[in-house]
Design a protein around this ligand. Sequence first.
Ligand code: CTP
Length: 476
Amino acid sequence: MASLTIRKLDEAIKVYLRMRAARNGRSVEEEVRGILREYTDGGLQPALPSPQQTAAPAPHHAPVAGEARVTLIIGGGIAAYKALDLIRRLKERHIRVRCVLTKAATQFVTPLAASALSGERAYTDLFDPESEFDAGHIRLARDCDLIVVAPATADLMSKMAHGAADDLASAILLAARRPILLAPAMNPMMWSNAATRRNAEQLARDGIAFVGPNAGEMAESGEAGLGRMAEPTEIADAAERFLRPAEPRPLSGKRVLITAGPTHEPIDPVRYIANRSSGKQGFAIAAAAEAAGAEVMLISGPVGLNDPRGVSVTHVESARDMLRRVEAALPVDIAIFAAAVADWRVANEGEQKLKKTANAATPQLELVENPDILATISKLKERRPPLVIGFAAETEHLIDNAKAKLKRKGCDWIVANDVSTASGVMGGDRNSVHLLTRNGSDIAVDSWPVMTKEQVAMELISEVAKRFGKSAGTAA
Ligand code: CTP
């Protein structure tokens, strides 16, 4: 019988499967099995839709209780043409769509096309006498369950971040009381520009949600990078998650503890020893566990990241602080130690700033070993979490070192990653990992392809959900 490796599937299909699985509270494998069963039973006519198939038939969706309504704001970028497909993807999910086009958007798509596909009038003008006689921009902002902006251009994001309201789209966004979901699309240089970064951070702080952008080819010939708008199916899935949160989620009722980031070990009141960890991987795992329904406690060393929504975050400095907070968070069902904890601290930490004085010798730092948090928790006799997962950051002999670490520390699984300078993992957005799982004295190694840190997090949490699904919360 043929076997199917989910990881080798097309990225868009994987995203679709993950979303569908999360919505139905199943693992991805169970979801695929369900689809095949439905197909062979004759209950599922269409094949899995790919975002490239513009004529793809409606995916299989649960019947909707009450009709959800979306105001779709189409910004002026080349990706605006995909907004037309998005209208169809939303409508096939039984979501009513009302479109608003910015002036620039009308250079790419016509209001007529948007209104023909949505089946409703499309709006463009703030001072449209027909709709403004009853303050139409306020109605468009309030008379919906969600506002989706696709494509969200750099200009539109800047206007939102600064509270501008000089056209219909920005006035709606300023008057909105509903959740807002942005699908950014722009040239990679514009996306990485410091001004756009500031605007995106501000919008995230204001509670605005994002889907994408993805990495890929740009419309400009020869250019590639992060900035491509998420595919219409991804955006529609994200919109649907807002409108109809999936219940039950695979980790609901589970307590998950996660450590992340570096630790800072003081030398004196102004200096410290640190490492290059950004905390991105641990934060992504916390967000994925939260999305899977878990109660998540994240204990983080100093990082420059926003706290993930819905996660209880404790900020610490040193390894000893981190251990204290970890112990205080017990008991938990799952503990994931993604922090790059400093192995040593300074024994003779100065109470005052060390001074350079004439003729004085260069100060000598005496180092002592820090507590090993992962090993301490793995070896607890009481209150040991049923599933303890460590990370192995290695620069050589990755698998052998990770296997030795798994045994030495006494954890159940290890996520091994190559942190050599050439890999770009430390501080970067992508990760290449191997999952080592222990079953008695056997250690299985599953090597994953290079993925974004968010994808690694989703895969890891999906493996955790499978483990708990099988053993119903009694993993050993
Ligand atoms: N870890 C920990 N406490 C420490 C050191 C490491 O909890 N004092 C955890 C990390 O969070 C990670 C795992 O142990 O989950 C392995 O960390 P890593 O830095 O790869 O290994 P070390 O134990 O530091 O060993 P070495 O530096 O020799 O590779």
